[in-house]
Structures are given as C-alpha cells and as structure tokens.
Write a protein that binds this ligand. Sequence first.
Ligand SMILES: [Zn+2]
Length: 263
Amino acid sequence: MYQRRTAVRRRKSRLPSYAFVLAVVSFMLAFAFPPEQPDEPSARTLPVRSLSAAACSVPPPVSQGAEPSIPSSDGEDGWMLTLVNPWNPLPEDYACTLTRLSSGHSVDERCYPDLQAMMDACRAAGLKPVICSSYRSREKQEELFQNKVNRLIAQGYSQERAKAEAAKSVALPGTSEHQLGLAVDIVDLSNQNLDSTQETTAVQQWLMAHSWEYGFILRYPNDKSDLTGIIYEPWHYRYVGKDAAAEIYRQGLCLEEYLEQTA
Ligand SMILES: [Zn+2]
C-alpha cells in the first residue's frame, strides 16, 4: 500500500540586491537564526487536520490580529483547506451541511455560492459545463471503489493488486474529497469521458484558467501524482477559498505543497 510521502521544502531568497544595509543585517541574523535544512526531503509528514462530526457546523473562531497574507489550515478558514488524501482520511462520522443543486448534486453549503458563480460565468462564456459528481457519502464511495476492484479482478488482477490499482483512480473510502462536499467533477457536455482527453475541451480550458477566481483548484495536476496520491484528473475541482486558490494557481502548487508551505 502507500507509504507516507515527504515533501520538499522550498527555500526562497528574499534578499534585495540593492540594499547593502539589509544585507549586513541579514548576515547578522543568519548567525542568530541558522537556516533550516536546505533543499532536502523533509522527514515531516503531511499535516493532518483534526475533524469532528460537527466540523461543518462549528462557527469559525474569531481571527486574531491582522489577516494573514496567506491563508493556512489553522486559520478561521481552515475548513476550506481540510486535507483529504490517501494518507489523511476523514473520520468515519464526518458530516457537513449540504446544499442541493438543481441538477440533483449536492455540495457543502459554504462553497455553493462560489460554485454557482463559477458555473454561471463558464456558461456566460458560451460553454456547457456539466457537473457529473459532487458530494458522496462514505457508502457511495465504498460502492464505487468495490466496483473498480471487481472490474480489475475480472481483467485478471489478484485481489491485492486490484485494490492497489483501483486506489490510483478511485479513492479508498474515507480518503475521497468528494466525501468533504468541497469537490466537484466537471466535464464538457461534448465530452463526458473521465480521461486525459478532457483537458482539451473548451470547458476544461476555461476552468483551468479561471476556477481559481472562484476559489476552486484543479486538485490533481499532471505532474503531482506522487504528492496527491491520485492520477491526473483534469475534471476534479476542489474548493479551497479564493485566497488559497489564487496562491496555488500563481505558484503552480498542489494542495499538499501549499499546506506544507503554510504550515
Ligand atoms: Zn472527483
């Protein structure tokens, strides 16, 4: 099965080239505060968010002092940044308040206004986005996973190999973001296949360029599978809030990298 992955901590030099005085001060500070390990894989594991059954209904804590420039999972908007992946499962009794869309899909009520705005803007651009998956109960996720395992076994996989292979494309129950109610799969009406051809559709081109403006990120980018634990999915969008989405988009991160950066 999976091993815990490590994340590379990135270090950035912010030393202004023109400020000699600051350079001297920085030189002195370097002795007072020695730098952490350079660009080597950290032994730290990815942060785990503690959740409760009432996580969705607990009012956010009052923010202290100035607003942080980069939202973190510890702030008042921490619910938006809940990390769910193969190494960070949701508790079995996780629950949230859902809003039902006209299409019959449901999402966490807190991301509904931005999702609706994004869908409206995409349609206003002349496109035809279709939400094909949204909130899933744990039972539904178990059913999807078992169906995938059964199909692989029918193709000749052993039970163990089938489960390992299935987990690459269908999250193990408890580890799917769809159980959070903050993830939606969106496809183009003209191509509703959940495969790599989806990225060439007009809807995906629009979403990849604009989803961050509405607080959504392309959650499983092509080159981040080792960190996310999930294959490239150019249809799965995750709500993280507008501030975090803008940073993630600007820096080309996945959520795991962003949380590591802001931890
Ligand atoms: Zn999805």
